[in-house]
Write a protein that binds this ligand. Sequence first.
Ligand SMILES: [Mn+2]
Length: 335
Amino acid sequence: MTQNNLQFIGIEECSRILHAATHIVLTTHMNPDGDAIGSECALYAAFTAAGKDVRIINCDAAPENLTFLNGSGQVEAYVPAMHDAIIAGADLLVALDFNDIRRVRQMEQVFRAGTGRKLVVDHHLDPKPFADFYFSLPGASSTAEIVYDILESANDTLSYDSALGLYTGIMTDTGSFRFDRTTPRVHRIAACLLEAGVDPVTTHRQIFDDYPIGRTQLLGMILAGIERHCDGRVSVLGVTTDMFVQTGTTVEDVENIVNMGLAIRGVEATALLTEFDGHIKVSFRSRGSITVNDIAGAFGGGGHRLAAGAMVEGVAFSELKERVAAALCAAVNPS
Ligand SMILES: [Mn+2]
């Protein structure tokens, strides 16, 4: 099926493409999250077991709270001199958990130049042209759910290492099984992953309850500065570089904090602005009355209906905060 000239494929063809490859490079988006790293680790375990040469090359290193994943030690942060030849020589490049090549930042050129087949496996809306094949399921809870389907369709026994990565991806992208695409099927898959040996208590603790003190101090600063707009229907949170310096934290420590903006009675939509590396990341969340992927699109980004984001450069932090608040207010309160 083609749409906007993109080649959309189903699970059988996706599996055929994966199984036909011998030298595979897996990659994912900047600031990788549990779904990104978990999906990579799951595929890494399955395909190395099948005798393939697999490398995980990302534009950013794995966050510290995901280094317990078996396979996360294989995640390599992109260095041109080390990795350009490997990417150029791969017969398959797999883009996991993103659908816009700008999301790999400094790896964009080498990815585009690669002569291997390029396959997107993803669950975000509005894929952009840069790959040969798109296995795109915007209704899926997570990329890990899609990877589960791929591995299951091969009828191989799911290894513990794969199961741990998939559980991590599904759990983190569903906000610990509470976001809107937490379907009966998601719980059935989770059950299979527990049967494969995953310990849900330890896994959740390793990801969410093992932060350095600075993260909690940063959270305090962010929450102290919360703004409410249009009669409390919109909230906006902000993190500046200065706050990272004061608490000894990094952008990794902001993961999931945006959801706290929605935890307030009456709030329908929220945004979190994060200033780092000379740009500002804006994360949008909606409780359901409005969709935020189009709002993120107006700022040059995209994502899901209820969770989306954008990277903005060249706008002052306070000005962008006002613009974001205005865009959310206009959406919840259309004139
Ligand atoms: Mn995801």
